[in-house]
Design a protein. Structure first.
Length: 183
């Protein structure tokens, strides 16, 4: 059973089918989707969120292959503002999106750190890799602040087109060292 995670400002609760309507309202905006994998249909269909939840996210969660959380503010715990996920996919273990009005506030860095802790601390995975469209500077800064390093660049297909795709990595040992107190 996937737990609810808490940070200073956020509640990360397991994604459910009840999140479809809010996701459908927040997600299909160019500023949100442009640097996401080209598997995201664009223009986004009217039933896109429900279809993704029913056919992709929830079945993968049930199989223990993915962990998806709805992001809510502690100050508004019933209002979905984004999503963060972990997956057992080669070179693609963490992904996220955040509604436009909450971008630039450091909220995704907070959510990302919480699920990274879950990946290494609870799931005890040996390595976390996160692909990013190279032009996505906000996402890059999150990885840099977490202590991830760029391990390679190849070509990726994104909603906005084909761009260099950077693969960022952190090992469990590196994460453990970052958590240990300095002496």
């Amino acid at each position: 059973m996937q737990p609810t995670l808490y940070t200073e400002r956020l509640i990360l609760r397991p994604l459910t089918l009840d999140d479809a309507e809010a996701t459908q309202q927040l997600f299909p905006h160019w500023e949100v989707v442009r640097y996401l994998n080209a598997e995201v249909p664009w223009p986004y269909p009217a039933d896109g969120a429900r279809s993704f939840l029913e056919n992709v996210a929830l079945p993968a969660m049930a199989r223990g292959e993915a962990w998806h959380w709805s992001i809510c503010l502690k100050s508004a715990p019933d209002v979905l503002i984004g999503n963060v996920c972990l997956t057992d996919t080669e070179d693609d273990n963490r992904g996220f999106w955040l509604g436009r009005q909450w971008q630039g506030l450091g909220l995704m860095a907070e959510a990302s750190a919480a699920v990274t802790d879950y990946w290494f601390g609870v799931l005890e995975r040996p390595v976390l890799r996160a692909p990013k469209a190279a032009p996505n500077l906000g996402s890059r800064r999150i990885s840099e602040r977490e202590g991830m390093r760029l391990i390679r660049t190849d070509e990726g297909r994104f909603v906005a087109g084909t761009f260099p795709r950077d693969i960022w990595e952190m090992t469990r040992d590196e994460w453990l060292k970052s958590k240990s107190p300095t002496r």
